[in-house]
Design a protein around this ligand. Structure first.
Ligand code: SF4
Length: 507
């Protein structure tokens, strides 16, 4: 097995940096379906450029490289213990190289292990099979979309859709509800893996397993194939759009499986996957561990460029901002404005917000732009370098954000997916804005960082530390302004109205 370690490292690097062709094709279709000039279309332009940048520079497509999940099939007689050890080594090495973000956090102490190894991480499932080769598939599914997974126990009542019964009609309602409830928080356009039946725990597992099907395959079960096609058509009428900005492309795939259930239980389990759908696989020679072929892609085929034109088209109407920001500047902004930030900003996410509730900030946040971001950082010599730096899901900071704005004078909060009523009230009261970055565009945003100026609260680990960075032309869209307007609230309401029109049973 002399090649096993290298093969696994190559699998991880390729999965993290190079989207498979079926996802690329689906994203191209999504981008072409969108109305040019809309916020969704602009978001998709950045996403397409980001996909190219990640592949060209072998950088993580998204800074959240998720919970590495390996599905391994081995011929009878192959030593699975050895493969498991090699997976752990490869994961640690890929983390050291900045291809994976250190994502393994002790749930009791909150300590990040720093190398993606820890209790039950990475996840590896082993099966024996009758074939001669080893097969290893890998999925890197980030936390933002993982948090939008949802499980329904039918019969149940659903917002805008009414009762979902124990039949295919009820299943259809649950799946549409799953798309609607995710809005932009899971970095739409997304893909769904669905399991009808099974029990709670295995149902979620089987739902995720559906995401190992290619987006363009056709379900061998005609009933499920019809349901998949119907959900795709209906979900893309909802109007969630890329990043939840409103638009035509909300879903790039829906894959449904069914499993037997207990008479008393009927679960519909949904795994929501973001557009940064990182999934690849390899076949290995069982004697040497060398890669014999790739699954999901053909390395002999040139990787096609995704970006249309120059990537993010500037219109000249962008508002230039240089922190420290003033109340007057923020009150002049309105939902829909595109801003380009140049200057200093601070990152801060879950641990930083919890810290700020009890402690003074380690840096002056008056007039600051606070970026919800857990970057991938590597130290080169004495200097920290940004390897990936897209926005994280902001709604997790909803319990704290309003107080942080009021207490410390933060003027711009940057993240993705939007925030709720408490934050909106604080923005209005203090004269501040919420800026939506493009979720998953980690390479695009990493290139806007001119320099890492410093770091505070490093004891929280790299993703959770408070990074002080200087950026140039950092693009974001005002989605919550200081006048009480929220694009997120508007889109949620409008898509809810559309959902109601889809409640009627199919003919
Ligand atoms: S694209 Fe969005 S949801 Fe997906 S891993 Fe990145 S931040 Fe999370």
């Amino acid at each position: 097995m002399e090649f096993l370690a290298n093969s696994l490292l190559e699998l991880i690097v390729q999965t993290s940096t190079n989207l498979p062709p079926d996802v690329r094709a689906a994203m191209s279709l999504a981008a072409n379906a969108e109305t040019p000039g809309t916020q969704s279309s602009q978001a998709l332009d950045i996403i397409l450029s980001n996909i190219d940048m990640a592949q060209q520079d072998e950088g993580p497509i998204c800074q959240d490289t998720g919970m590495p999940t390996f599905i391994v099939h081995t011929p009878v007689g192959v030593n699975q213990i050895r493969i498991k050890a090699a997976i752990r080594e490869a994961v640690a090495e890929a983390t050291r190289l900045g291809k994976l973000r250190p994502n393994s956090v002790d749930s009791l102490t909150g300590k990040n292990s720093g190398n993606n190894l820890g209790e039950e991480t990475p996840v590896a499932h082993f099966e024996q099979w009758e074939q001669d080769e080893i097969e290893i598939k890998l999925m890197l599914k980030g936390g933002g979309c993982e948090n939008k997974n949802i499980q329904y126990s039918v019969p149940c009542n659903l917002d805008h859709l009414g009762r979902a019964d124990r039949n295919l009609e009820g299943v259809r309602k649950c799946i549409l509800h799953a798309v609607w409830q995710a809005q932009g928080q899971g970095c739409a356009p997304g893909a769904l893996g669905v399991c009808i039946g099974s029990d709670r725990a295995h149902g979620y597992e089987l739902a995720k397993e559906q995401l190992f099907r290619t987006l363009d395959d056709v379900n061998p079960d005609p009933t499920l194939a019809a349901l998949e096609a119907e959900v795709m058509a209906e979900a893309n009428q909802l109007g969630v759009g890329a990043m939840g900005f409103g638009g035509k492309s909300s879903l790039i795939g829906c894959k449904i499986g069914a499993a037997n259930r207990l008479p008393a239980s009927f679960f519909v389990s949904v795994a929501y996957e973001c557009w940064a759908f990182r999934r690849l696989g390899v076949r290995l020679d069982a004697a040497t561990g060398a890669i014999t072929r790739w699954i999901y892609r053909d390395p002999a085929r040139a990787v096609e460029r995704m970006a249309r034109g120059e990537g993010f088209p500037l219109t000249g109407r962008e508002v230039m901002l240089t922190p420290p920001l003033t109340e007057a500047q923020m009150r002049a902004l309105k939902v829909g404005d595109v801003v380009l930030i140049s200057g200093e900003m601070y990152t801060g996410r879950d641990n930083v917000h919890a810290f700020l509730m009890k402690n003074a900030p380690p840096a002056d946040l008056n007039g600051a732009a606070l970026y919800h971001c857990g970057p991938v950082m590597l130290k080169e010599g004495d200097q920290w370098m940004v390897k990936a730096a897209g926005p994280t899901t902001s709604i997790r900071e909803e319990p704290y954000q309003g107080d942080v704005i009021r207490r410390y004078g933060v003027r711009a909060v940057i993240g993705k997916g939007g925030m709720g009523a408490k934050t909106l009230a604080a923005l209005q009261e203090c004269g501040a804005v919420y800026l939506n970055g493009i979720g998953g565009a980690a390479q695009y945003y990493a290139r806007t960082v001119e320099k890492v100026l410093g770091v505070h609260l490093m004891e929280f680990g790299i993703p959770e530390a408070m990074w002080h960075i200087r950026v140039k032309n950092f693009a974001a869209i005002v989605t919550m302004d200081a006048h009480g307007n929220s694009l997120h609230a508007d889109v949620e309401r409008e898509t809810g109205d559309v959902l109601e029109t889809l409640a009627a049973p199919r003919t």
